[in-house]
Design a protein around this ligand. Sequence first.
Ligand code: ATP
Ligand code: AH0
Length: 374
Amino acid sequence: MGRGLRAVLSDGPVWALGAMSGTSLDGVDAAMIRTDGTTIEAFGETRYRPYSGAEREVLRAALGHWSGPEVGRATEVVETAHAELLTRFDGAELVGFHGQTVAHDPRGRGTLQLGDGHVLSELLALPVVWDFRSTDVGMGGEGAPLAPFFHFACARWLGARAPVAFLNLGGVGNLTWADPRFDAPEAEGACLAFDTGPANAPVNDLMQARRGLGHDADGVLAAEGEADAGVVTRLLREPYFRRMPPKSLDRDSFAWLPDAVESLSDADAAATLTACAAACVAEAMAHCPTPPAQLLVAGGGRLNPTLMAMIAAMVECEVAAVEEVGLNGDMLEAQAFAHLAVRVARGMPTSGPSTTGVAAAIGGGTVSLPGVPA
Ligand SMILES: Nc1ncnc2c1ncn2[C@@H]1O[C@H](COP(=O)(O)OP(=O)(O)OP(=O)(O)O)[C@@H](O)[C@H]1O
Ligand SMILES: CC(=O)N[C@H]1[C@@H]2OC[C@@H](O2)[C@@H](O)[C@@H]1O[C@H](C)C(=O)O
């Protein structure tokens, strides 16, 4: 049996390659993991391919668009970057390709991740699982977050005996509370997940606009400023924070936020937007069914000491980067889509009522096989 087909048809562990282009628009992460879709057996090679400044501008121009020339140009950037990166890996049997979200409106127009998995499948001569979010949205779910069923597998992998919380601080933040004492992530009560609020994206946009920089490196600028409590309070008064989870956000869901810091100095604006991200996390913790022993943080925001200190000051439990328990905080999302690809290929669910709000646990995603026309 061909390697690719074994990954789809057998039920044993396989090497899966996952790729994620996140809402921060910084680049593509890719990672191998050996899994049967339930149990993580090993973590493998990882690689990163940053977007150039010009590529990032093409992606940024497509944000909020559902079709048109901006989307066409951004799709080309996404496909080229993934082709460059994924052809450098050896030994993968299956690929999970998330693509680039440019628009997400689950209760309205749907969700859009750029990049055609069929093209990638032909190029890599491997089965590619892609378009992970559409089915969930089509069935009434939020379409996000999808990493939670992988976080549940991580909680089991690290041998946790009590509920743990995973926080991803990307462009947007998302939280998973997972109880590893359950057998499966879709079991009622095993997971609760949702987007916490804006995380790095507003700070990145501020740095781009005011300083021509991609982000506030090490939170240095935010540390020099003073947060405007009025802006933080206004954000937390948004109806989103009253909604019970599951719930998800678009990258730029709170479009008024940049204007609210317009009159502040660079440092005060950075401090305010960083405090907003931290306050959203603190607000989110109140939704955990039971207090987790630890808040394990992944995503680029964990490398921002100012943001991490603000979060630690606002929440009750211990806050630690996922590296402290042996995971890779830069690659957790790429690994998630490798794990989820195996689940999709094998007909296992990737989301459920407590992670996306979908009516019943379902497996989203399209499987493209090389040599089989789209
Ligand atoms: N040393 C650092 N200091 C401050 N911020 C940092 C640092 N390193 C990374 N970041 C932030 O993390 C971001 C990248 O995070 P990450 O790669 O987790 O996001 P993403 O995967 O694109 O987003 P999402 O999870 O929302 O899809 C950068 O754009 C930057 O804002
Ligand atoms: C629609 C979309 O792409 N959402 C992303 C985004 O980035 C973080 C947060 O918002 C999360 O909901 C999701 O990504 C992660 C990987 C997820 O689905 O779990």
